[in-house]
Design a protein around this ligand. Structure first.
Ligand code: COA
Length: 162
């Protein structure tokens, strides 16, 4: 956040002023004037804060690659999203991370079902996630996933406001 203010404005808030609180759904908030929208994730590999430039909304998730049971995978995946070998931990983790990043961008966390986000054959939202997306003005969602050693980072952002 300090780097953001250093790059974008003359104001350079002290670290202590950048207090992070949460809204009633758990989404992070920063009360400093002109603070950007941002998203936080932490896992055993470390912590990550992504900041949305130019009014973009962002959501991030950083997850360790770990096997999940087929039953759990079926709870968060929609038909066709996982390869036939549903037990592949990398595919499961990538899918979970993308869904969680989108749920964070929407400010919902687990207040919506990960199955409200369908990623295959194209990105499509249903249920509570779709309602929230419509409330936000139907922004285009741009997801990216990368692997770092034995962890996966998913970042999703909206298009900048014109
Ligand atoms: C969002 C959530 C799924 C992330 O869980 P996780 O993978 O264990 O943790 P991550 O480190 O990736 O993310 C945690 C961060 O997500 C963010 N976050 C939490 N709820 C969020 C929401 N509704 N919208 C956007 N971001 C949210 C917070 O910044 C949190 O950081 P903090 O723990 O330092 O406050 C989970 O924290 C959540 O849904 N919390 C909301 C409360 C809730 O619904 N509980 C379950 C009831 S069934």
């Amino acid at each position: 956040m300090r780097r953001y203010f250093r790059k974008t404005s003359a104001s350079k808030p002290e670290l202590a002023a950048l207090e992070i609180t949460s809204d009633d759904r758990g989404a992070p908030l920063c009360a400093v004037p002109n603070a950007p929208l941002f998203s936080i994730s932490h896992c055993a590999a470390g912590g990550l804060c992504a900041v949305g430039l130019s009014g973009r909304r962002v959501g991030v998730d950083w997850e360790m690659v770990a096997p999940r049971s087929r039953e759990l995978a079926q709870l968060f995946s929609c038909p066709g999203e996982l390869p036939p070998d549903q037990d592949d931990p990398r595919s499961q983790t990538r899918l979970w991370a993308v869904k969680e990043a989108i749920l964070k961008l929407l400010g919902l966390g687990l207040a919506a079902s990960p199955r409200d986000i369908q990623t295959h054959p194209w990105l499509c939202l249903t249920g509570r996630a779709r309602e929230r997306w419509l409330e936000l003005g139907s922004p285009t969602l741009c997801p990216a996933v990368t692997q770092i050693d034995d962890s996966v980072v998913a970042i999703v952002h909206t298009q900048p406001r014109s």
